[in-house]
Design a protein around this ligand. Sequence first.
Ligand SMILES: [Zn+2]
Ligand SMILES: [Zn+2]
Length: 379
Amino acid sequence: MLMREMSGWRRELHAHPEFGFEERRTSAFVAAKLREFGLGEVVEGIGGTGVVGTLTRGGGNRAIALRADMDALRIAEQSELPYRSRNPGIMHACGHDGHTAMLLGAAKLLAEEGGFDGTVRFVFQPAEEWGRGALAMLDDGLLERFPFEEIYGLHNAPGLPIGQFQTRSGPIMSAEDNFEIVLSGVGGHAARPHVGSETLVAACALVTSLQTIVSRRLSPAEIAVVSVTELITDGTRNALPGQARILGDARSFHPEVSAGIEAQMRVIAEGIARAYNVEQSVIYTREFVPLVNQPVQTEAALEAARAVLGAEYVSVVSEPFTGSEDFARFLAHVPGCFSFLGNGASAPLHNPRYDFNDEGLIHGARFHAEIVRRRLAVG
Ligand SMILES: [Zn+2]
Ligand SMILES: [Zn+2]
């Protein structure tokens, strides 16, 4: 029954995807459902389009939060499904429709059946994909207005069988940093390179040197990635470029490593610019911070998953993933755990043919409810 209902909500959300901070229809849908379930307090507009629902049972004064993300991506869906996206160029390619539906399912379950003593905050965040929604909610006073002591989140995992659950204590998702290096010189005639100080050869040397940050500057024990993804110049067929822009993305699991990558990048850019007689500037931004699960909450999540899914379906992953998650921002303030739930043999995340597998919904809803009953145990 709940399974069919959740599938209906999920497909409704899937058909009407909205980009980060534009989740107006989605958040109105979420708020209406939470009110329908009889939650004591449902507040919209937290951090733009975020929603927080509060459910209290018993006299306990502990509070925990469960979080789902609501935003979709600017990807044109390739699908013949009856519930395919009605918004051209936008689709739920990361399964946030499913995450929202299963947290709504948990809210309904807990509102109907209780079985806990304390307060549950259902946190529906906007703009996960940009890495801005969690901060927007925190800046809007999330923790002061709706205090909680722990937080839990789930993401679907294509390729992992339905009903399987994975997590680990410690770092599980990486930081994502972006960089843009601009080299400025004097372009000119392709036949007379010695007259100016063109930037293309310098840019190529720079791209090659950036490869040494991970291979020669970081400890081999650290996991990190520095990827140059774009090299853009203003040169043309017979004119040497006066400007080159090098853009890319770096991943790491500890703030010191991220700081080390930035520092080394600046050293390399300065050295190359001097060697090639050009000017340089480096812009280095931190889009996502590393997601680090706390041991106590991770153990609780594993126990809850074993109780709901069976021990043979629950595993501890040995290595972190180099993807990033905005959930990490909450963990800078309260301990918690982020986990993965199988989505079966679906297309990968962010693929135009991806679809959330509705068979996973009930597992997600039950897991969320179980964690509440364990962390806010009666008696
Ligand atoms: Zn995503
Ligand atoms: Zn996602």
